[in-house]
Write a protein of this length. Structure first.
Length: 316
């Protein structure tokens, strides 16, 4: 009988333990990890090169605009929505300075196939819900191909362009590129943007001038080539946003700048009711002042910032 009572008692304890602790086992609570830097890949989907490129973007954005950029790549948010997970993680990390709240958090849940952008209270006038959605729409086609580094960079570069335009600064990135093919880059060469009007008559002379005007690589001295990529198309009332990637074919050095383009215009032929639409026209240069900076280490701009609750979510 003693053995029976011991067995029965053990069974009752197991049942009680299951009812008290079971829900926590069946539905594990999500974890909110500590940040290692501004770019946090807890899954291992980014290469070292991609991580460095994204850290450089976060570092440049912080130095030029005072905006803290953070990325968290995780497996799953468990039973919690990715939006609520992002809000809680944002508050834990305190992205952005207290009182200014200029922070931006991107959470990518790889196994859940969802991504969300959480916007700080002070950044909501710049990164609206619609703009956040556009940034995520840049990412998801790459995510479908498991190209997380390229997708995140593409989308965050768009967000950086919005922020830089609002702050009136120039974003410039040095380092090894997250490469895009010619179709993705738009195929427009920087040479076309500097050829003098006289090239119509003196094509050969114009080509020589164009080559000589190309900037040199600061590492090896070779001439840089460049590609322009549209980030935000121009309209008739507002200019667009684009990036220009300078690349050295000899040593691999790169430098990337964000630029504004002119609004679309109509050229009239002189006949009533006719006209022709042209593209964005000449480049307007950068967003304003520029500065150089050194390397980066640890998360920058995490100082008690608050989330405003704005942003967007996408699946793929």
């Amino acid at each position: 009988m003693k053995g029976f009572y011991r067995t029965a008692t053990g069974f009752i304890l197991v049942v009680l333990w299951f009812f008290l602790a079971g829900p926590g086992i069946l539905f594990a609570a999500p974890s909110y990890p500590d940040p290692k830097g501004n770019i946090n890949d807890y899954v291992g989907v980014l290469t070292a090169e991609e991580t460095a490129k994204l850290e450089a973007l976060a570092d440049e954005l912080w130095k030029k605009t005072g905006t803290a950029l953070a990325v968290a790549i995780i497996r799953t948010t468990e039973e919690e929505s990715i939006k609520m997970y992002a809000v809680k993680l944002y508050e834990k990390w305190g992205i952005g300075l207290k009182g200014k709240d200029k922070g931006l958090l991107l959470v990518v849940a790889v196994d859940d196939r969802k991504v969300t952008m959480e916007v700080g209270y002070g950044l909501e006038p710049v990164i609206t819900d619609a703009r956040a959605g556009r940034c995520l729409d840049e990412m998801t086609p790459y995510f479908k191909e498991n190209q997380y580094g390229k997708g995140i960079y593409q989308g965050l570069l768009k967000a950086a362009a919005y922020i830089a335009e609002d702050a009136g600064v120039e974003i410039e990135l040095d380092g090894t590129p997250v490469t895009f093919n010619d179709e993705e880059a738009g195929g427009a060469s920087w040479l076309l943007g500097i050829v003098l009007p006289a090239v119509v008559v003196f094509a050969g002379l114009g080509a020589v001038i164009a080559v000589l005007a190309r900037p040199r690589c600061p590492k090896c001295g070779a001439r840089l080539i460049a590609q322009d990529r549209i980030i935000e198309k121009a309209t008739y009332s507002t200019g667009g946003l684009a990036s220009r990637l300078y690349r050295c074919t000899r040593c691999g050095y790169t430098r990337e700048k964000l630029f504004k383009t002119a609004p679309l215009i109509r050229l009239h032929t002189g006949f009533p009711g006719t006209g022709r639409t042209t593209g964005p026209g000449p480049w307007f240069g950068g967003f304003g002042r520029s500065s150089k900076g050194g390397g980066f280490s640890g998360p920058k701009g995490f100082g008690g910032g608050r989330s405003g609750g704005g942003g967007a979510t996408r699946g793929w």
